[in-house]
Design a protein around this ligand. Structure first.
Ligand code: HPA
Length: 273
């Protein structure tokens, strides 16, 4: 058994000492969406720091815990706070919580994030359903010894974001009266925002939004066979698209402004997926 899988099993055993909750859906909350977890019917929570061997997050504004509970009748596990590559963790640690949620029993995964709009048609406050991603800017979390207990050495990535779930999300957005953009998410390492030239590169690659998370998690989740969907909240136009300098405050303010609609949409998706 690989060292990585042993570490995952240690984490899982640590979680199982605290709860035997079996989630159907896993949800990762991005910047500004974190308090969604406080609004569901909570069964129990586990702080990341209470899980043996778990990488713990350092970003201000990110609570680090799993929240177990129900959205409608659907049992969910929510990551309130994620682990980012720019914090200095190896990619295998960045995706460990995602894998762990899969090992807890989740079959479907909803990824959310705050992202910069690289598509000039977008506006801050828009939601973008992720149709595909580009991870050329970061190392693959699957590099290293393969975990055969989870998936294949050379996993297919031709439909990372489920076409079925994309269809569900379009209908959900429509019912919520939310205008939905659709596009390709490009992951860079961060923590610096991109340069205008990097944003032009992302556009040239076919990217519509840029960010510092998500695609690596999607890759690890797809490797283990989860059905995935993702939504970006476009919190700002990416560098060089508007004349404004970028800052985390703007990202947070936009995320807060649209949080109510974002949460409505997520609830609608969870109960219909
Ligand atoms: N770039 C990268 N990550 C981000 C951005 C951005 O412009 N906005 C929010 N997260």
């Amino acid at each position: 058994m690989s060292k990585l899988y042993e570490k995952l099993e240690t984490c899982l055993a640590s979680v199982r000492q605290k709860t035997d909750f079996k989630p159907e859906v896993a949800l990762i909350l991005g910047s500004g969406l974190g308090d969604y977890a406080d609004e569901i019917k909570i069964e129990t929570t586990i702080d990341y720091t209470d899980i043996e061997d778990f990488p713990t997050s350092t970003v201000a504004g990110h609570k680090g815990r799993f929240v177990f509970g129900y959205v409608g009748n659907v049992p969910v596990v929510i990551m309130q706070g994620r682990v980012h590559y720019y914090e200095g963790y190896p990619m295998t640690d960045v995706v460990l919580p995602t894998r762990l949620m899969g090992m807890m029993g989740a079959k479907k995964l909803i990824l959310t994030n705050a992202a910069g709009g690289a598509n000039p048609e977008y506006k801050p406050g828009d939601f973008m359903m992720i149709t595909d991603h580009i991870t050329t800017g970061v190392p693959s979390p699957l590099i290293g010894e393969n975990i055969y207990e989870l998936g294949a050495r050379f996993p297919d990535m031709s439909e990372v974001y489920s076409l079925r779930l994309q269809d569900v999300i379009r209908k959900c957005a429509d019912r919520c009266g939310i205008r939905l953009q659709e596009g390709v998410y490009v992951q860079f390492t961060g923590p610096n925002y991109e340069t205008p030239a990097e944003v032009r590169l992302a556009q040239w690659w076919g990217g519509d939004a840029v960010g510092m998370s998500t695609a690596c998690e999607a890759m690890a989740a797809r490797h283990m066979g989860l059905e995935i969907c993702g939504i970006s909240c476009i919190t700002n136009m990416a560098a060089g698209i508007s004349k404004e300098e970028l800052n985390h405050k703007e990202v947070q303010e936009t995320a807060d402004r649209v949080a109510k609609s974002f949460k409505e949409l997520i609830t609608e998706i969870v109960v219909n997926m």
